[in-house]
Design a protein around this ligand. Structure first.
Ligand SMILES: Nc1nc2c(c(=O)[nH]1)N[C@H]1C(S)=C(S)[C@@H](COP(=O)(O)O)O[C@H]1N2
Ligand SMILES: [Mo]
Length: 358
């Protein structure tokens, strides 16, 4: 995000981390992230799948019988289109190092491992009820078709993660289009889950199987990864689901001193809309309310703007903090954890204010 902080190669619109990429914020990112700017996070690599031959397997003792569905079967279930954010659990990990002095291993995402797309698909609840869901089902394991994930010689099997039945029946979508186009290979062609407001890993790409069970079924993606480890973390609350509330300034182009300028940004929260955003132009010493503009929906981002007059030239430290409609706030310090998940503290951004030209 801040050019001087980047020591990695840049490609058009992306910061590259090995085979993964995140969106660069230096240039305007529209309210709906174009596919060619949308971050990619693959544990292995996209599998080659023939959409015509593809079938979704629905299995497990939480269903009255096993079933397979084709893409045409899914399309028959009255598709919907929704604008929703998808954010990697590790988005902002770099700031554990940069702002809190506790570097955490893993992809050093800055702030661009998030995007908002218009997703087209059918509610998972409709799919499950159509094939025959037993009333005592508790868990839905989503399994990807990508190669098994091998780390340090250990084969962890296919990328998969269970959803509690409450979330599965609430607002999860089984999607085949992104921004009006078939899902690109990197984003899960032909079909993926989109789990609104939850950690990105829940939105399993290249979906091959949904295993519905009457007992919880673990996966390394909720016992080893994508759960909090480290001091103070234990029990079920360490398993990650809902994303926290976050906010950022978008426009970091230099601005003039001595006359009104409009600063813009966005704020978002998992499963909640935004109640308010505050902006500080002095590193958090004083705050003013920003104005929310346009749509404001849960699990999507909300734009904000604030008119500011800078009375002196030079570098200014901008900070924003948001509150969501459930009253959740951004903590001054993001809760530490071994793998650097869920960085949610206000991020300090630098803005150059130029001297008066006249
Ligand atoms: N099958 C499968 N699903 C997956 C992944 C994966 O590697 N394999 N990566 C997950 C992670 S960690 C994230 S953040 C999102 C990224 O989605 P995107 O690449 O479309 O942005 O997909 C999730 N779904
Ligand atoms: Mo992720």
């Amino acid at each position: 995000m801040l050019r001087d902080a980047l020591d990695r190669p840049l490609t058009d619109g992306f910061i590259v981390h090995g085979t993964d990429v995140e969106t660069r914020w230096e240039s305007d990112v529209p309210a709906v992230t174009p596919i060619d700017r949308f971050f990619v996070r693959n544990h292995t690599r996209p599998p080659v799948v023939d959409a015509g031959l593809w079938r979704l397997l629905l299995t497990g003792d939480g269903l009255y019988q096993d079933t397979t569905l084709s893409l045409a079967d899914l399309r028959d279930l009255s598709p919907v289109t929704e604008e929703l954010a998808l954010e990697c659990t590790g988005n902002g990990r770099h700031y554990f190092d940069r702002q809190q002095g506790t570097p955490r291993p893993g992809t050093q995402w800055e702030t661009g491992a998030i995007g908002v797309a218009r997703w087209t698909g059918v509610p998972l609840a409709r799919v499950l009820r159509r094939v025959g869901l037993r009333p005592d089902a508790v868990s839905v394991m989503a399994v990807g078709l990508d190669d098994p994930y091998v780390e340090d010689g250990v084969d962890h099997g296919r990328v998969r993660r269970p959803l509690p039945i409450q979330k599965a029946l609430d607002d999860v979508l089984v999607c085949w289009e992104m921004n009006g186009e078939p899902l690109p290979p990197d984003h899960g062609f032909p079909v993926r889950l989109v789990v609104p407001g939850w950690v990105g890993i829940a939105s399993i790409k290249w979906l091959g199987e949904l295993r519905v069970t009457r007992r919880p079924e673990p996966s390394p993606w909720n016992t080893r990864w994508y759960r909090m480890h480290g001091e103070g973390w234990h029990g079920e609350e360490a398993v990650l689901g809902r994303m926290p509330v976050k906010s950022l300034v978008d426009t970091l182009e230099p601005v003039p001193a001595g006359r009104p300028v409009v600063l813009r940004g966005r704020a978002w929260s998992g499963e909640a809309a935004i109640a308010g955003v505050e902006l500080s132009t002095d590193g958090g010493a004083s705050w003013r309310a920003a104005r929310l503009v346009g749509q404001n929906r849960a699990s999507c981002w909300t734009a904000w703007e604030a008119e500011v007059v800078f009375d002196r030239a030079g570098e200014h430290c901008l900070v924003t903090r948001a509150v969501d409609t459930d009253g959740r706030t951004q903590p001054d310090v993001s809760p530490d954890n071994d793998q650097g998940y869920l960085f949610s503290a206000p991020i300090r951004q630098s803005l150059t204010v130029a001297g008066c030209a006249d």
